[in-house]
Structure formats: C-alpha cells, structure tokens
Design a protein around this ligand. Structure first.
Ligand code: DQA
Length: 145
C-alpha cells in the first residue's frame, strides 16, 4: 500500500518552533519514524506552507494513495477548502497532531478536518504519526480483505 503523510504550514520548523509544545524532533525525524512504522508500505511524506499546494496533494491521493495521514497544522482550524478536498476522498483519512489541540487555546478546539477524518490522533508528539500509520495500515488491510 501507499500512505501519504501530508504536513501543513510551519511544520518545516519542527524542532526549533515552540519545542515545549511540539518537541525537539525535526520533521526529518518524524519522517524517519513514519518510515520505520510502515511495515513495507510506501510512505510519501511532504510538507508545505501553502494552502493550495496542500489541497493539490490531497486531490492527488484520490488516485495515488490507499490512505492519507494529515497534519493540517493551522489550516485545520481555518480552511473550508481543505475540508472540501477531503470530502472528495474515499480512502481513510487520519488527522494527526503533535500536540493535543483540545487542551490548548479555544480557537484550536475545532478543526474542519475532523469533519472528514476517519479518526484523529493527537497529543503524543512525533509518536502521534507512528500511531496514525498503524491505524491507517489496519484500515487499509480491513478494506482489502
Ligand atoms: C498542530 C496543532 C495546530 O493547532 C497548530 O496550528 C499546528 C500544529 C500540531 O501538530 O499539534 O501548527 O497541528
């Protein structure tokens, strides 16, 4: 299977950006963790600061991926266009956050992405991604059996 792991704005600064909240691991470390958790699946791992590019990649998963793991970062809280792109998918979508947005500022309590997500993993730092990969692999296997 092919799993897309897409990362939204400011996640390129992981490791130096508010490390007390997001941890000291870099995005390259997170990618390595995902690849180690892949159990033979192909991981397509990308980050962008641009909303339109993120939407292009979400659309790309319609023909290229068996599941999508998405950390929408700030766009999760703001982008109806991103939600609309997710609604066009039939593959499982796992929303993934390093921090636990529900325990933070009020404006982070809701993400539009959750409306289209199969499930959400948040609050475990880089390990949120590992858990999301495990969940995605299970869903993909269930679908193909
Ligand atoms: C985040 C949480 C969001 O609220 C925030 O805007 C981010 C990162 C996380 O991974 O914890 O940029 O998605």
């Amino acid at each position: 299977p092919v799993l897309y792991v897409l990362n939204g704005p400011n996640l390129n600064l992981l490791g130096v950006r508010e490390p007390h909240i997001y941890g000291r691991e870099t995005l390259a470390d997170v990618q390595a963790l995902c690849e180690a958790a892949a159990e033979g699946a192909t991981i397509v791992f990308r980050q962008t600061n641009r909303e339109g590019e993120l939407i292009d990649w979400v659309q790309e998963t319609r023909t290229a991926a068996h599941a999508l793991i998405l950390n929408p970062a700030g766009y999760g809280h703001t982008s109806i266009a991103l939600l609309d792109a997710l609604k066009a998918l039939t593959i499982p979508v796992i929303e993934c956050h390093l921090s636990n947005p529900a325990a933070r500022e009020e404006f982070r309590h809701k993400t539009f992405v959750s409306l289209a997500a199969t499930g959400v993993v948040s609050g475990f730092g880089a390990h949120s991604y590992e858990l999301a990969i495990k969940a995605a692999l299970r869903l993909v296997r269930e679908r193909s059996s």
